[in-house]
Design a protein around this ligand. Sequence first.
Ligand SMILES: Cc1cc2nc3c(=O)[nH]c(=O)nc-3n(C[C@H](O)[C@H](O)[C@H](O)COP(=O)(O)OP(=O)(O)OC[C@H]3O[C@@H](n4cnc5c(N)ncnc54)[C@H](O)[C@@H]3O)c2cc1C
Ligand code: SF4
Length: 502
Amino acid sequence: MPDPNGFLRYDRRLPARRPVAVRISDWREVYPPAGEELIREQATRCMDCGIPFCHDGCPLGNRIPDWNDLVRTGTWDAAVESLHATNNFPEFTGRLCPAPCEAACVLGLGGQQPVTIKQVEVEIADAAVARGGLNPRPVPASTGRSVAVVGSGPAGLAAAQQLARAGHAVTVYERDDAIGGLLRYGIPDFKLEKQHIDRRLAQLAAEGVQFRTGVDVGVDVTAEELRSRHDAVLLACGALQGRDTPETPGRQLRGVHQAMTHLVAANRVVAAAGDGRPAQAVLPDGTPIDAAGKHVVIIGGGDTAADCLGVAHRQGAAGVHQLDLYPEPPHGRDAERDPWPTWPWVLRNYPAHEEGGERVFAVAVQEFVDDGTGQVKGVRIAEVTVERRDGRRIVTALPGSERELPADLVLLAIGFEGTEEQPLLAQFGVVRNARGAVDARPDWQTDADGVFVAGDMHRGASLIVWAIAEGRAAAAAIHSYLGGVGSLPAPVDPARQPLAAR
Ligand SMILES: Cc1cc2nc3c(=O)[nH]c(=O)nc-3n(C[C@H](O)[C@H](O)[C@H](O)COP(=O)(O)OP(=O)(O)OC[C@H]3O[C@@H](n4cnc5c(N)ncnc54)[C@H](O)[C@@H]3O)c2cc1C
Ligand code: SF4
C-alpha cells in the first residue's frame, strides 16, 4: 500500500546538477545519480491514484505508480522488471524525455509539484545495470521469418528487440558508421553518454539482432534486394530534413550552417576522443567547424538549439545568442490555454541555459551580414510580432527595431521538414505527405504491402518516447503480419496523438 501522505511530507527534489564551471570543461552528463535515499523519498510522493493520468501522458503507458511504489520499498529487481515490461530503453527516456507524464501527474491538479517520474525512471534503469547488467532475454525457437529494419534510432531498435524476442531473424541496416540514430551523433554526450547505447546494443546482439552499418538502403542495397532477403521491412529512417531559410539575404555565407552539421561534427570528436583517436570538428567536406573563440548565434528555441548552446560553451565560444521568433513563454501553466493534464506551453530552461549565453525572444533575422570576404560577421535582427491568419503564420517586423549581433558562426535550429527525400522512398513505392512524413495504415503498413513505417519518419520530428512506442507497436503489427503466435504489446496506434484538451 503506497504512502498516501508522502507528497505532504516531502517536497519535489532533484539531484543537484554538476557545477557549471566543472561540467563545461568536459562532455560528461550534467546530472549525477540521485542516490538511493533521495530517490526512495521522491518515489514516496506518488499517491498511486485510482486513475493515474501519468499513464495517459506517457505514450509507452509506463506503469508509473507500480514502479514508484517498488522503489519506495527498495524492491529494485521487481522495479526493473516492471519498467522493462513497457519500455525497451528506459536509460534513454529517463535521461532525455521531457516527461509529459509529469505534466499529467495528479499532484499538479492541487497546485503541488509533480512526482519526479523521469528521475525515478533513470535510477531504475541504472539499477538494472548495477545489479547484474542488461542480461539478454532467452530467445524462443526461430520462427523462420526475417525482418529488415532500416534505420537504427530508438524506433528501429525498439522494433528490432521486440521482433528478435518473438523469434524472428532481424537485421538492422544503418547508413551511418555507428548504430543509434540521433542518440549517437545528434544528441551530445552531456545529455546521454554513449556507453548507455553500447550496453543496450550488446544486449540486442546477444538476443540475435544483426547490425549492418555503412549501408545506405536505396544506394548500397536496393529495396528490391532487401525485399527478396526478408519477409517484411520496417522503415525507421527518422525526420532529418533540416528546415532552412534560403530567402534570408546572406544565407550562402561561410559560417552559416544547419545545427545538425555542427552537432554531428562535435559529437564525432567526442566519440573519437573516447576511442583515443585525435580528431577535429569538420564538415563532411573537411572544412573545420568549431565554436572556439567565436561569436555564435543560434536560431531556434527547441531541443536542438539548446544542444548547440551546450556544445558551443564546451568548445569555448566567445559569446552565444539564442534567438527565438516567439515571445518569452509564461513561467507557469496557463490553465485557460493548456488545462491540466495536457502538455503546457511554458518557458523551458535546459541545463545548457545555466551555462551562459543570452536568449533573445520575439526577433527574426533580416540578414546574415558579409565581412566582405564571403564569411558571416553578423546577424541583423528585428523585433517581431507573430500571428496566425487562415492557418498561416504572419511575422511582422517592428519598424526601427533592427540591430546587429556579432556572429562568426550561425547555427540554424529551426526545425525539421520531415523525412529526407532519398532513393529508398521511390524504390519502396512510398511517398512523403504534406508534412514530409510517410503515412501508415492502421496496421502500420505503408502503401507498399509488407513495408512498415515507425518513429519520426511516420510522426515527423518528435520524441524518443514516441519513437520507442511506435517501434514497439509496429513490431506487434509485423509479428501479426508474419503469422506469429500470440500478440506483442502495441502501446499506440498510428493515429494516436498527445493528450489534448478537446
Ligand atoms: C539535436 C536533437 C536533440 C534531441 N533531443 C531530444 C531529447 O532530449 N529528448 C527527446 O525525447 N527527443 C530528442 N530529440 C528527438 C529524438 O532524437 C527523435 O525523436 C528520435 O531519435 C527519433 O527516432 P527514430 O528512430 O524515429 O529516428 P532517428 O533517431 O532519426 O534515426 C533514424 C536513422 O535512420 C538512418 N537512415 C536514414 N535513411 C537511411 C537509409 N536510407 N539507409 C540506412 N539508414 C538510414 C539515419 O542515419 C538514422 O540513424 C532530439 C532531436 C535532435 C535532432
Ligand atoms: S518515458 Fe517519458 S513520459 Fe514515459 S514515464 Fe518516462 S519520462 Fe514519463
